[in-house]
Write a protein that binds this ligand. Structure first.
Ligand code: PLP
Length: 260
């Protein structure tokens, strides 16, 4: 048996198990990867909202990354909620020389609407986007990162290309927040190319952890040796199936189905 890909998730904890590091560990394990974690923040939350957040010190986040990378090492790294501008800067500093794939989900707002990154933290995303292999904003995040209004297809493509060129990174602009029966995600490359992926929208309020699941699935599939665009395609299929299998827990935006 060959060794599983080693995936490090740098992200926040979601006590309700639907998003954050918990969604990452479930996804990585389901896809046959070996999950490691560097916790950035602890949230007390459920499907109705975030009741409390406590960020760890930037120093402690950096030490967790050092512990993992200096011994086991990682084939791919997923970055999610960062918790503070200092943590974002520390993560960027620690990953400067990392040669594997970095998938950066620029988490700003929970599916319940609670804010998970303040303006200073969002400003600190720029350095991480410079280091990342692929960044996976949803449409509100794409709008915030580019200071552009995004709505119709043309504006999404323009903003995604702008971000890709600005940070020399692939941009997966996720279309789940747009209207319509099809969910269209687009990958913009710095050289101006666009690839589109679409699937039938599942009408459900249970989408808590969708971004976390997708980004950690991409990291794990790339860790298995899949080319990046194919990893995006497979990760979308995995996430779509997880939404379809959502158990319907909680009074708000419930978790996906990560059960096998
Ligand atoms: N990270 C943490 C710790 C969270 O609590 C959340 C949402 O609640 C997210 C990330 C982002 O969740 P989603 O995958 O739904 O965008």
């Amino acid at each position: 048996m060959s060794a599983p890909p080693r995936i490090l998730s740098i992200a926040g904890s979601d006590s309700s198990g639907g998003a954050g590091i918990q969604a990452d560990i479930k996804t990585i394990a389901m896809l046959g990867g070996y999950a490691m974690t560097a916790l950035t923040a602890i949230t007390a939350q459920n499907t109705t909202g975030v009741q409390a957040v406590e960020a760890l010190s930037a120093n402690f986040v950096g030490t967790q990354i050092d512990s993992c990378l200096s011994d086991i090492g990682a084939d791919a790294i997923k970055i999610g909620m960062l918790g503070s501008p200092e943590i974002a800067a520390t993560v960027a500093q620690r990953l400067e020389d990392f040669s594997g794939t970095i998938v950066f989900d620029p988490v700003m707002i929970a599916s319940s609407g609670s804010v998970l990154a303040d303006d200073a933290t969002i400003e600190a995303f720029a350095t991480l986007m410079d280091l990342a292999t692929i960044v996976t904003p949803n449409l509100p995040e794409l709008a915030a990162l580019t200071s552009r209004e995004v709505g119709d297809a043309e504006s999404v493509i323009e903003a995604a290309l702008d971000l890709a060129q600005c940070h020399d990174v692939l941009v997966l602009a996720k279309g789940g927040h747009a209207e319509g029966e099809e969910v269209i995600d687009r990958v913009a490359s710095p050289d101006g190319k666009i690839a589109s992926f679409s699937h039938q929208r599942i009408e459900t309020r249970h989408t808590h952890g969708t971004g976390c699941t997708l980004s950690s699935a991409i990291a794990t599939l790339v860790g298995h040796g899949q080319p990046l665009t194919h990893a995006v395609r497979l990760a979308r299929e995995f996430t779509h199936a997880a939404i379809a299998q959502a158990p319907g827990f909680g009074a708000g935006s419930g978790p996906l189905g990560h059960q096998t």
